[in-house]
Design a protein around this ligand. Structure first.
Ligand code: ATP
Ligand code: MG
Length: 417
């Protein structure tokens, strides 16, 4: 991709009403556009990162045995009345809308009810189970405060997986595997060192649910970490009794602000009972399906990566989710020989299937470097007066280290850092 052709441009200032660091940097970098508070569009650069994250999650969900579906965003109130979740006093952040001919519809804030109902058409015998269905699907939540940029959207894409098992043991086994898959995801997007499995309130079925919390001052949650055991407890469940149950000592726990990037819940038979999702066992007996739900906010995860890894100059993407791996900064300033060097390198990198962005615009060097830092592409290749046909300067964005690297090595993606 040539930057002269890229939609859109970097900006010096973020909108005045944008208070979060993640959205400020992403807007300035041309990754996203702000429609209104808590509502953001993804532009080409942002969508590239979004898709990378989505694919990492998808690979891990498929490895778990998940099958991808896409359920509708418009929802039938009748299903939600069955579980008493249509009630605005129970669920405070519903967006609801009306049909022309009369009657209400809900805009999806989650999918337990519709997916459970849908499964009643497909599950009759123990042979139909277990099944694991997941989707990347827009959710709508009438969040009271939307001050965390894309980490708390009023519209956002969630990966939600629902597990359908024959017994509590089968659910427990899958639940553990899902936890491992989540750890893989957060490690792969560069947050492994700062993500803690956190005990949180269980809601309907089990004593606890588990959250995956990333340490960050931008976080809205407070957690208490045991750094040796690498687990944490959400303040919402921090009691003497819970600490004892988890064999944790209060004075060994460190308080921290954190961002909930994902969570996993055991739902037991609550939804299956309410909506009639049963199966006939080997012995001919009819039982309710045991369910679990497993969420990750894709935009929240993207925003969290920005918050945690950025520096004073801008965004710092890990290679696994970067929109491009290499940013060639052409400093030819009208010198055709240098321009040809940059262009040749660009073309050869494209041929080698390296994701490369070429800054071929007519701007001052200082401006190009500042914008390159803001964009956060992992490796910058500077093509200027000192470049030769065989040697270039490569700068690593994460720590600013600079090396002279041969053209041959660059084409192979070997920078030697
Ligand atoms: P929170 O406690 O932050 O409000 P939640 O506990 O309501 O979130 P779930 O309903 O379990 O979250 O949603 C699953 C995942 O979806 C969360 O772990 C988070 O990553 C993401 N998520 C939830 N709400 C939002 C939002 N408003 N914007 C972006 N992502 C969200
Ligand atoms: Mg929560």
């Amino acid at each position: 991709m040539r930057q002269s052709n890229l939609f859109t441009k970097t900006r010096k200032e973020a909108p005045k009403d944008e208070v979060s660091q993640n959205a400020q940097l992403l807007i300035r970098g041309g990754y996203i556009h702000k429609e209104l508070a808590g509502v953001y569009d993804f532009l080409p650069l942002g969508l590239r990162v979004f898709k990378k994250i989505e694919n990492i999650i998808r690979e891990e969900m498929n490895a778990l045995g998940g099958q991808e579906v896409l359920l509708s965003a418009l929802q039938n109130p009748e299903l939600w009345k069955t579980t008493d979740r249509w009630n605005d006093n129970k669920i405070e952040n519903w967006f609801k809308t009306e049909l022309k001919g009369g009657g209400e519809l809900g805009l999806a804030f989650t999918h337990e009810e519709p997916i459970t109902k849908m499964m009643t058409n497909h599950v009759t015998s123990y042979r139909d189970l277990p099944k694991y269905l997941y989707q990347f699907q827009p959710k709508f939540r009438n969040e009271l405060r939307a001050k965390s940029g894309i980490m708390r959207g009023r519209e956002f894409v969630m990966k939600d997986l629902y597990s359908f098992s024959r017994s509590e043991e089968e659910l427990d086994t899958f639940y553990k595997e899902a936890g491992v898959a989540y750890e893989n995801i957060f490690r792969r997007v560069g947050l492994g060192d700062v993500t803690y499995l956190t005990f949180a309130s269980g809601g309907v079925f089990s004593r606890f649910s588990h959250e995956f919390q990333v340490i960050s001052t931008a976080g809205e949650d407070t957690i208490y970490i045991d750094t040796e055991k690498k687990i944490a407890v959400n303040e919402e469940v921090l009691t003497e009794e819970v600490l004892e149950e988890l064999s944790l000592e209060r004075n060994k726990l460190v308080e921290a602000k954190a961002i909930e990037v994902g969570n996993i819940f055991k739902l037991g038979t609550k939804y299956a009972d309410a909506l009639g999702l049963t199966f006939k066992g080997e012995d001919g007996k009819e039982s309710s399906v045991h369910m679990g739900s497993y969420g990750i906010g894709v935009g929240r995860l993207l925003g969290t990566i920005v918050e945690v890894l950025c520096d004073e100059k801008g965004i710092v993407w890990p290679e696994s989710v970067a929109p491009f791996q290499v940013h060639i900064v052409d400093l030819s300033q009208g010198d055709e020989k240098i321009q040809a060097l940059a262009l040749d390198l660009y073309k050869d990198l494209e041929k080698a299937k390296t994701e490369v962005l070429l800054d071929d615009r007519d701007l001052r060097a200082g401006e190009k470097f500042a914008q390159s830092d803001l964009l956060g592409i992992p490796y910058r290749i500077v093509v200027g007066k000192h470049s030769t046909e065989t040697d270039f300067e490569v700068v690593r964005r994460s720590d600013g280290l600079t090396r002279g690297v041969s053209r041959e090595a660059i084409i192979k993606g070997e920078y030697g850092f």
